[in-house]
Design a binder for this molecule. Structure first.
Ligand code: GCV
Length: 649
């Protein structure tokens, strides 16, 4: 087996059949370098399978991949006199150009095709793995992982299966991802050592991913100078601390010359940080950024900082405010190679949240928006939930958002289908494509994914298959939203593992995630007039829109307002009736998805069919559980019967 041959697991969006158009052509690859060699190997493998030829320069080609353009990662695709040419700015551009040709299939070779210029919207398109080296007693091998074990680590060691890492890199490159953090942002003791005495493990991963243009990043503990360096402090103002980071980072680059940089979760959920020394997060980020700067590295500094020991009786403290309150005063104080990584919503990856106002408040700071591909709060890859429509809404919110880099918490593991639920692969693919091109239509992205993953020529009824996949996936996020927490209120999940309903599970806890339901009404008053003032963190017009009960979009009403059950929504129904209606409808839709899936039996591989069917069975069960618990809870609180007389337990 060639070192670049993919391993025998589900091929996801790169099955051999997807290479048919390319592989049946006469292809010339011009240039030298590691990534050019990757392109050559890809072309050679495709041609061997599909009857084409790799040319050495003298014969007339159908496709030429060559270097010579402006943008390192960009490329121009043109067809002249029947020859398709990909002219790439640099080696990564050639790799992305190759995968673009694969995506286009026969269309890449259509005569007279208008030239297209492609380049990524942002420099870095990153996935963060919350993978532990040692399986954590509560969180396991992968924190919030629903796809088996880690691709990188097992039982305290680097995995021996490096080919799988290589295949993963290949999948990531094919959707545009170029950076990966290989360990959990909650850095425990063993994982802290990846920075120093276990750096060799990180280097081994980097070796596997490098041929696909992917740089490796490492989550590090802010307390590393103490934990690893034996210093008495991690104070960023301390000279010894600065020297320790500089020297440690120098060694990292000595071992991994193209190392990407650090990811830091500081002063958050028990992780150490600069607050212990009376320093700001800009001070904290600076010491790491300074150490990385001479080597071209960056630090991703997470803005997920809030008080997780809040008194639930105190209604004035609002977790939604925390990131903005901590970070907006620091705008302009972060060094150039520090990237503030902000979760897309102000709380924590709920199925519906407003866009974090912090993203509009840091004009002098480099930003990254963090999405969660792993479905912690969106059904844990047991429920079908295509997330790209949600991400696209976030990206369309304001001009600052698509200008930021994108990071996703990864959803892949050592599961044979990579993502547990085979259709959850689409979330990883879509993340990469949106990171490359934030304004892409999420349904067009889904079409790309469908054509690649379920190559039309490999199935007897591609039109039915496409129709069914769209029918089950397009609206799956909204279906999930319907049968879970209503109108943006969030967090009605079981504490700890976060799967399934538990309306009051977090209501009297220190986590700052409350819904305040009582006999009269529900929702969090975040207005300036009478609540926590969170609405004031938004620029106009959003500050006014969210402040006003009348103007606030229905889907976010309970995020911003505490309203009586009889409050009338824009669609004319009351809040309580909306709760009943959406929960009945959502659970019914889940059952319909399950039915609909049966129509593709025989059109997709049996193992994919069966795995999706089993997951849908669980989704139907769980959606009914959600429906009944939510409806029963609100019926008992409010005493208001369902206007349609349906049975509420
Ligand atoms: C990695 C949520 C998750 C945690 C996660 C945290 C974070 O709170 O439940 O598992 O920790 O977000 O993003 O840091």
């Amino acid at each position: 087996m060639n070192a670049l041959d993919p391993v025998e697991v589900h091929p996801a969006w790169l099955p051999p059949a997807a290479f048919q158009a390319l592989g049946s052509r006469r292809v010339l690859v011009r240039g030298e370098g590691l990534l050019v060699e990757t392109v050559r190997a890809e072309v050679a493998r495709a041609c061997e399978r599909h009857g084409g030829a790799v040319l050495s320069g003298y014969e007339s080609p159908d496709l030429v991949l060559t270097l010579g353009g402006a943008h390192e990662e960009g490329f121009v695709l043109a067809n002249q006199d029947g020859v398709t040419e990909v002219r790439a700015g640099g080696q990564p551009g050639m790799l992305y150009g190759l995968f673009h040709v694969v995506r286009l299939g026969e269309a890449a070779f259509a005569a007279g095709r208008e030239p297209e210029v492609h380049r990524p919207a942002t420099r870095r398109r990153m996935v963060d793995h919350w993978d532990n080296v040692d399986a954590h007693p509560v969180m396991g091998q992968v924190e919030r992982g629903y796809s088996g074990g880690s691709l990188f680590w097992a039982d305290g060691e680097l995995r021996a299966d490096r080919a799988r890492m290589r295949s993963y890199g290949r999948l990531l490159a094919a959707c545009g991802v170029n950076a990966i953090a290989v360990n959990n942002v909650n850095v425990h003791t063993t994982e802290a050592h990846l920075l120093t005495d276990r750096l060799g493990d990180v280097a081994a991963i980097a070796n596997e991913l490098r041929p696909y243009g992917i740089r490796v990043h490492l989550s590090v503990s802010f307390a590393s100078p103490i934990v690893l360096g034996g210093l008495p402090t991690a104070d960023p103002a301390d000279e010894q601390v600065r020297a320790w980071w500089a020297e440690t980072t120098r060694r990292v680059y000595e071992t991994i010359a193209d190392f990407g940089g650090y990811v830091v979760k500081a002063d958050s959920e028990g992780q150490p940080g600069p607050f212990a020394y009376g320093r700001s997060h800009a001070d904290g980020a600076k010491v790491l950024a300074e150490a990385l700067a001479p080597h071209g590295g960056v630090v991703h500094w997470r803005a997920f900082v809030y008080n997780h020991r809040q008194d639930w009786r105190d209604r004035s403290t609002d977790r939604a405010r925390a990131a903005y309150d901590h970070f907006s005063p620091l705008d302009g104080q972060f060094p150039e190679n520090a990237i503030l990584q902000v979760k897309h919503g102000p709380i924590d990856f709920q199925p519906r949240e407003p866009v974090s106002p912090l993203l509009t408040a840091m004009p002098a700071t480099r930003l990254a928006v963090e999405f969660q591909a792993t479905q912690e709060y969106t059904g844990q890859q047991r429920h079908l939930c295509y997330l790209a429509p949600m991400w696209s809404e976030v990206l369309a919110f304001s001009p600052e958002v698509p200008a930021a880099e994108l990071v996703a918490v990864a959803n892949a593991g050592d599961d044979p289908f990579w993502t547990g639920h085979p259709l959850a692969q689409a979330n990883l693919y879509a993340f990469g494509r949106l990171a490359w091109s934030p304004r892409m239509d999420p349904l067009a992205v889904l079409d790309e994914w469908i054509d690649l993953t379920f190559v039309p020529s490999s199935t007897s009824d591609p039109a039915l298959l496409r129709r069914t996949l769209h029918a089950v996936m397009d609206g799956s996020w909204r279906t999930y939203e319907r049968y879970t927490a209503p109108l943006g209120v969030g967090f009605m999940v079981r504490p700890g593992h976060h799967y399934g309903p538990d309306v009051d599970g977090y209501e009297y806890t220190p986590w700052g995630t409350y819904h305040f339901a009582d006999r009269d009404g529900v929702g969090v008053d975040r207005t300036r007039a009478s609540g926590t003032g969170f609405t004031g963190q938004y620029p106009p017009p959003w500050a006014q829109v969210y402040e006003s009960r009348e103007q606030c979009p229905d889907e976010l009403l309970l995020f911003f307002h505490h309203v009586p059950y009889g409050h009338v929504l824009h669609d004319g129904s009351t809040v309580i009736q909306h709760i009943y209606d959406t929960h009945f409808a959502g659970a019914e839709q889940a059952a319909e998805l399950r039915q609909r899936w049966e129509s593709v039996a025989g059109l997709v591989a049996e193992d994919v069919y069966a795995r999706v069917r089993d997951r849908l069975d669980e989704q139907v069960r769980s959606a009914a559980e959600w429906r009944d618990q939510i409806n029963a809870y609100f019926f008992r609180k409010s005493g208001v019967p369902d206007a349609k007389g349906r049975r509420i337990p």
